[in-house]
Each structure stands twice: as C-alpha cells, then as structure tokens.
Design a protein around this ligand. Structure first.
Ligand code: S3P
Length: 179
C-alpha cells in the first residue's frame, strides 16, 4: 500500500555525531521553521537526562518514549526535526516520519564519528570499552534504515554552511515538485 505523504516538515536522521542538531538549527533559522530535537523533547517530558532514562528504565523504555514523540510530531507543521540516532531504526518510526517530513540522512565515516563523540559521556550506547568498533557495528545494522531517507548527505569534512545550502536546495525542489 502506498502511503500518501503530506510534507510540511524536514527531518534529519543519521548516526550520533553526524551533526543533526547543528545542521537542524541552521536549517530552521534559514527556513523560518521551528526546531525540535527529539532527545530534548524526551528529556523534558521525562524530567530526566538520556543517561538517567537508560540507567533507570532501560533502552526499551527510551525507545517507547521515542514513539511518543512521533505522535506529537504528526501534529506539527513547518518544523525542522533532529532525531536521535536510533529513532528511524525501530518499529515503523521511519514510515511515520516520512508521512509529514522530507527525510534527510546525514552520513559520516566511523572514524569521523568517533573523533566527534569520543570525549562525550552523554551517549549511553557509546560508553563501551571499544567505541570505534561499537560505532562500526551499529552503523552496519542501521545503514539499511538510513538509506531509506529522501536525501543522503555526507557531513565528512564539509563546512556546515555548504551542507545546509545543499539540503535547502533539494528541499525546495521537492516542495516545488509536489506543488
Ligand atoms: C542514540 C542516539 C542519541 C540518543 C540516545 C540513543 C542512538 O541521539 O537518542 O543516546 O541510539 O543512536 P544523538 O544521535 O542525537 O546523539
């Protein structure tokens, strides 16, 4: 069955450390859209940080909260959405996102991701003895989901301004084509 898409938002998906929040804020400012980060939404709703949610209730509960965000997102318009790295890889989350959003995946190599996240402690999935191997493993599992985006953009070694212009160009073309 083909699901009808009514694209009123722009969503960024992709692995941790690919720049979704930075690029998302810049896109929102250029488009005059609202900006929503799903991790921040969850932290505000739960009154806890992501590491606290993982520690106290487990990853399965965090994934459940991600599904709650998607229900809220379906009511929004003119919003740039930065999603948590795992969000499009569970349940029918990606399909739900696609119903109202043009979906852009930011991509980076495991080495670039590692360099960007190695000093962070707020990502429970990377608190691992060998984070680079963990990144590689997760990327292999997630790539089939990330590849379903409308647009795949490498953020490796490219200035944020250039990435933003590229995405804006494709987004405007898509909106023009769909009337
Ligand atoms: C996760 C990515 C994180 C956050 C949580 C789980 C993941 O978001 O949602 O730690 O499964 O990849 P960022 O991609 O914004 O770091």
């Amino acid at each position: 069955m083909t699901v009808v898409r009514n694209i009123t938002n722009l969503a960024l998906i992709g692995f941790m450390g690919t720049g979704k929040t930075t690029i998302g804020r810049m896109l929102a400012s250029q488009l005059g859209y609202d900006f929503l980060d799903t991790d921040h939404w969850i932290e505000a709703a739960a009154g806890k940080s992501i590491p606290e949610i993982f520690n106290q209730a487990g990853e399965a509960h965090f994934r459940f909260l991600e599904q709650q965000v998607l229900t809220d997102l379906a009511k929004r318009q003119h919003t740039v959405i930065a999603t948590g790295g795992g969000l499009p890889c569970y349940q029918d989350n990606l399909e739900k996102l696609r119903q109202h959003s043009y979906v852009v995946c930011l991509w980076a190599s495991p080495e670039t991701i590692f360099e960007r996240v190695r000093h962070n402690t707020h990502r429970p999935l990377l608190q691992h003895p060998d984070p680079l191997s963990r990144i590689r493993e997760l990327l292999v599992l997630r790539e089939p989901f990330y590849r379903q985006a409308d647009l795949l953009v490498s953020s490796d070694g490219r200035p944020s301004r250039e990435i933003v212009q590229h995405i804006l160009h494709e987004f405007q073309n898509r909106k023009a084509a769909s009337g």
